[in-house]
Design a protein around this ligand. Structure first.
Ligand code: BGC
Length: 749
């Protein structure tokens, strides 16, 4: 018998189906419906979410701006419009928002961004407050330029001074690195934009960065190379982390389950996303399975691979879903998702002031025989190309398109000094001739410096000046490490010119001051006797030269200290022979397919044979002398330390306090470092390990301040490889120092 379905039931079903369809059509991503969205996504859409939008956005300057949200931004997450998932925009970098400063589609408008001081200088402030302020302004620029996630801070350790990217990293010490990075991340993210701590992990050289296998023991990895990231994750919860190009003990960092899941998430509790550094295609499925959520910049072939491997069962869809869900959780936090209407007009003037005050706190006075601050000096003979074309930052993705860069010559003039005009003119003419426009690559990544001008003897004229300022400039950056010759060392011509300037000026009793406009350490011991004062200006951002002029004139008292050691000789460095110091090739000479240097030590693989003995940990333990120790920096005043106290709280946190008094006759700030030493170690411990630091406020002559610091147990502990456990000794010495070479007070805890 035929059954008749009543008309009203058919209509009801149709209505129901239609409403389900409509509901599906109306399904839009919200903060509280992520599981539902995950259900609604097709496999293709999931693959599309974990594979970034390609190089279009970064290359907008050449490929055209059509369909690009923010030209020049480093990368994107692709949108899925039917589900209300917007595109998310990621931008370099650690020293400022790196986007195209001009747009064809918006002629007449500019999109310059503040070049803040680079990483080395920021860390040299030892001032978390000022770094947070830099982060706030930097993050605000990101927000106002339509950026959702900033690709910074850079956090790799200065394992060796020749690493080409040290300028954008903070220190040879993981506590400085972690604390400064956490301060920066807190500042950036206070704007509601994300930060990206990079490059995780052991990305300690540029030579063959796309293939190098960093080989280190677990303790070294955990205590040194991961500790900074751990601090940043625990203290500042970055929205994202960038996995590095290299391998770690044979496994790509980007598909390293141990690094990306076991340690980062399960041990430290990281709940953001991991994105790959801008890699070509690798084994994408392995990356997803390891917990690398987002492949940047993203290639179509990666999408296809994911789809194919899920279908074939090689990649579990559940693993893919974990990454997709994390990406959705990131997206709902972004300004773009929240519909923030950005102005494209951040307050660059206000941010320039922050850049200047940060620079003033991070410039380090290394030597001073009393000629600084300059008293009675009106006329200055300024030598060195970068005195007239100052290097604000390094090259590559860490480079910023700044609206301007104040040159040292301009800053000195603005402070009321008179420059030797003939000398200035000679440099200006020379630099005009030598400054090439540069090809596409150099425009994008930054230019190498022109050769130093040969200074004619006739222009070394102490009669025309009260002091000589001799600037030594260096440039380095992504893709290339520095070299010993003509870089870490002075060039023959620099040395010869410095000798001539010294002889001529000293003959008339006039001081010679050398300024290092570099991204990191240099050899100074063989020549610093030629100068009366030595100042590390670093690569100080657009306003750094103004800050330098304030320090030279005495308007600002220097308070920066070194976050890396200046060795007497490159070969003294514990990692010296385990670093490609003599390699001339670039990082891109070794791509995945054409692997030129297979099997070559320090290129294909690098043994971190020095283990924990990185820089000051080694120098303090071995007693080997250095030129300028970690933590060192002079002031125009003096400080005394007393009343060191240390106690351990219930939860194991160690509280340290001490009093600092300004014993000189000008106001100043002092950085105090707290080290620990294990008097009876049951396994190897370096002689000194930095565990905390603090900086006073500006202390008037005679004024005191009590500094209080606390050291969390996870920062205090050492990793005992034989038990695979973190251990804190029952007894330890707490040492307060003005540097690692100048311990003032010790107490036993
Ligand atoms: C760099 C990263 C950078 C990315 C995007 C890579 O070459 O290593 O630091 O964030 O490019 O520009």
């Amino acid at each position: 018998m035929k059954r008749h379905i009543p008309f009203y039931s058919v209509a009801l079903i149709a209505l129901l189906l239609a409403s389900v369809k409509m509901e599906a059509q109306n399904l839009r991503l919200r903060e509280d419906n992520i599981p539902e969205i995950l259900q609604a996504l097709t496999l293709e859409e999931k693959a599309s979410l974990v594979v970034g939008g390609g190089m279009k956005s970064m290359m907008a300057g050449t490929l055209g701006e059509k369909g690009v949200l923010v030209p020049g931004a480093g990368g994107t997450i692709r949108p899925i419009e039917r589900l209300g998932i917007p595109s998310v925009v990621l931008s370099d970098g650690p020293a400022g928002v790196r986007i195209e400063p001009k747009r064809k589609r918006d002629k007449g408008k500019t999109f310059f961004a503040t070049a803040f001081p680079s990483g080395t200088l920021l860390a040299s402030t030892w001032n978390e407050e000022i770094v947070t302020k830099v982060g706030q302004d930097l993050g605000n620029e990101a927000l106002e330029y339509g950026i959702d996630v900033m690709l910074g801070p850079g956090m790799n350790l200065h394992r060796n001074p020749l690493n080409g990217r040290n300028f954008e990293y903070y220190s040879e010490d993981p506590v400085v690195t972690g604390k400064i990075a956490a301060a920066m991340i807190r500042g950036m993210q206070s704007n509601g934009v994300g930060a990206c701590a990079k490059h995780y992990a052991l990305n300690s050289q540029e030579a063959c960065r796309n293939g190098n296998d960093a080989r280190a023991d677990e303790r070294t990895i955990r205590e040194l190379y991961l500790k900074g990231f751990e601090i940043a994750v625990k203290e500042a919860a970055p929205w994202t982390i960038m996995s590095s190009y290299n391998r770690v003990n044979g496994v790509w960092a980007q598909s390293n389950h141990w690094l990306l899941t076991d340690i980062l998430r399960d041990e430290w509790g990281f709940d953001g996303i991991v994105m790959s550094d801008w890699t070509g295609k690798r084994n994408t499925a392995e990356q997803v399975a390891a917990g690398n959520d987002l492949m940047e910049p993203g290639y179509k072939s990666q999408k296809k691979e994911i789809i194919r491997k899920v279908k074939s069962g090689e990649l579990s869809e559940a693993d893919l879903d974990v990454c997709v869900e994390r990406i959705l959780r990131l997206i709902v936090k972004t300004p773009r998702f929240k519909g923030y209407v950005y102005s494209d007009a951040p307050n660059l003037e206000a941010h320039a002031m922050t850049a200047r005050s940060a620079a003033a706190e991070g410039i380090v006075l290394l030597k001073n025989d009393g000629s600084l601050p300059l008293r009675g000096v009106k006329r200055i003979a300024l030598f060195g190309n970068t005195g007239y074309k100052t290097v604000a930052g390094g090259t590559g993705s860490g480079n910023v398109h700044a609206p301007y860069v104040v040159n040292i010559s301009e800053a000195l003039a603005a402070t009321g000094f008179h420059l030797d005009a003939d000398l200035e003119n000679a440099y200006q003419v020379y630099l005009k001739k030598k400054t090439k426009k540069g090809g596409f690559l150099s425009q994008m990544l930054g230019k190498s410096l022109p050769k130093e001008m040969e200074i004619p003897d006739a222009l070394i004229r102490p009669d025309n000046a009260d002091a000589a300022l001799f600037v030594i400039g260096r440039q380095a950056g992504e893709g290339l490490d520095r070299h010993i010759e003509d870089d870490f060392l002075l060039t023959a011509s620099e040395k010869a010119h410095l000798e001539k300037v010294q002889a001529a000026f000293h003959a008339q009793g006039k001081p010679v001051i050398v300024i290092l406009n570099t991204g990191g350490a240099m050899e100074t011991a063989s020549w610093d006797s030629l100068c009366d004062a030595l100042v590390a200006l670093w690569q100080p951002g657009e306003e750094g030269a103004s800050a330098l002029a304030d320090i030279l004139s005495g308007a600002v008292n220097p308070s920066g200290k070194l976050t890396m050691t200046f060795p007497l000789d490159y070969m003294d460095i514990p990692s010296s022979s385990h670093f490609p110091y003599d390699y001339k090739g670039s990082s891109s000479m070794n791509t995945m397919k054409k692997y030129k240097d297979k099997g070559r030590e320090n290129i294909d693989f690098t043994e971190f044979a020095e283990g924990l003995n990185v820089e000051y940990r080694y120098f303090c333990t071995s007693g080997k002398p250095v030129a300028y120790p970690f933590g060192f920096g002079l002031s125009y005043t003096t400080f005394s330390y007393d009343s060191l106290e240390a106690s351990r709280a219930e939860d194991g946190t160690v509280k340290v306090s001490l009093r600092v008094t300004n014993t000189g006759d000008v106001a100043g700030k002092e950085v105090v470092q707290v080290y620990v030493n294990d008097p009876a170690p049951s396994f190897f411990k370096p002689e000194l390990e930095l565990k905390a630091f603090a900086k006073t406020s500006l202390l008037a002559p005679g004024a005191s301040e009590v500094l209080e610091m606390s050291i969390a147990p996870y920062i205090l502990a050492s990793f005992n490889e034989s038990t695979s456990a973190w251990e804190i000794p029952a007894r330890m010495n707490i040492l307060a120092g003005a540097s690692s070479g100048d311990i003032r007070l010790t107490i036993e805890l």
